[in-house]
Write a protein that binds this ligand. Structure first.
Ligand code: ADP
Ligand code: MG
Length: 342
């Protein structure tokens, strides 16, 4: 009882000045009005007792409110609330209640965001390890077979060596893509924008792939724009995008042709890479820009895909303030396109 009163009074201390002022003013009033000394003393004692009771009541109310707030903060700390509806304070503390609810929502969404990032990171590491394992094991297998005697067998030795070599190329492609992804993630991928001529640029990129197309028996053409047309962008990064789109078109097309177009528009140039390949089933289209996502896993791996190319391309195009779009029909072909400012 005594300790309760003590704690109430100590909580009411914040109002001590005001209470003292009220007491002094009342005492002056009493002394002015009441001339009789003993009645004045009595009245002063009554004022003192009332003041004391008053301070005790205020202190108690304050203590109760603070207890309520402490309980809520502790419950939040112990993660006892799933929803902010459970956070309820006294009516006269409604603005504090709203503030606590907002803070609760914010920290809840921050935590969820962090969990998601954590999950993405562990999935990413799992994917990377898996992707690294495949070529390393394959190379190891070929080398062991060669050491076990195949090296002296002219029927297989060169074939095994060139297969092992192909897997080292896949491995280094994967590492390059991983470096790009990590630069994108850490914001270190620096862009350097400049105007450059479209035709020379795309002729030289598509020409690089002519031997590969010829080998597959596929026609590869670039349909140019007016020679003077220039676009604004990062030449090197955009080259990476075109290379990936053309390589994909080559990888996922067995017959027909691949067309690379540039179409001049009012304020931009639209680029299109169109193939007559295997196409992408509608349900996978949304996901092909995700890291490591492959609609056709077996084919992608066998042709040395990393599943990272489109994720990188999407980022590069978005850094240019544009969007990469895709239209595709199974067995008919695919078309990837984006626009750049001119
Ligand atoms: N032109 C295309 N035709 C059919 N499928 C494609 C084409 N381009 C991309 N894809 C699908 O999208 C997936 C992701 O492409 P990408 O990120 O470049 O990875 P990768 O080529 O290394 O497999 C591919 O695995 C493939 O399933
Ligand atoms: Mg690719």
């Amino acid at each position: 009882m005594f300790s309760k009163i003590k704690s109430n009074l100590s909580s009411a201390q914040v109002y001590l000045k005001e209470s003292l002022l009220a007491a002094i003013l009342s005492a002056i009033a009493v002394l002015l009005v009441v001339k009789d000394f003993s009645s004045a003393v009595l009245l002063l004692i009554i004022i003192f007792v009332i003041g004391f009771i008053f301070l005790n009541l205020i202190g108690r109310k304050r203590n109760n409110e603070m207890d309520e707030i402490k309980t809520i903060i502790n419950n939040i700390r112990k993660q006892l609330y799933n929803d902010y509806d459970k956070i309820v304070l006294n009516k006269n503390l409604s603005s504090l209640e709203t503030a606590i609810k907002k803070m609760f929502q914010k920290s809840k969404s921050d935590i969820e965001h962090m969990r998601k990032l954590q999950l993405m990171r562990s999935q990413f590491i799992a994917n990377v390890s898996h992707e690294l394992r495949t070529p390393i094991f394959t190379i190891q297998g070929y080398i062991e077979t060669l050491l076990d005697g195949a090296v002296n067998d002219p029927a297989v030795n060169i074939r095994f060596l060139s297969k092992a070599k192909q897997h080292t190329i896949n491995l280094s492609n994967l590492l390059n893509d991983l470096i790009d992804i990590s630069m994108i993630e850490s914001g270190e991928m620096r862009m350097s924008y400049r105007f450059f001529k479209v035709n020379d640029y795309l002729f030289s990129i598509t020409n690089q792939f002519l031997p590969m197309a010829e080998e597959k028996g596929i026609e590869l053409v670039y349909l140019p724009v007016n020679d003077s047309v220039e676009v604004f962008g990062d030449r090197e990064k955009l080259k990476q995008v075109f290379v990936n789109l053309i390589q994909n078109a080559l990888k996922y097309t067995d017959k027909g042709k691949i067309e690379v177009f540039a179409e001049e528009k009012k304020k931009s140039v639209k680029f299109i890479v169109r193939d007559t390949g295997i196409g992408i089933p509608a349900e996978y289209i949304k996901r092909i820009f995700e890291r490591f996502y492959r609609a056709d896993k077996n084919r992608s791996r066998s042709v040395g895909g990393t599943g990272l190319g489109l994720a990188i391309a999407k980022h590069i195009i978005e850094a240019h303030g544009s969007q990469i779009e895709v239209k595709s029909e199974v067995e008919k072909g695919s078309e990837f396109s984006f626009e750049l400012k001119k």
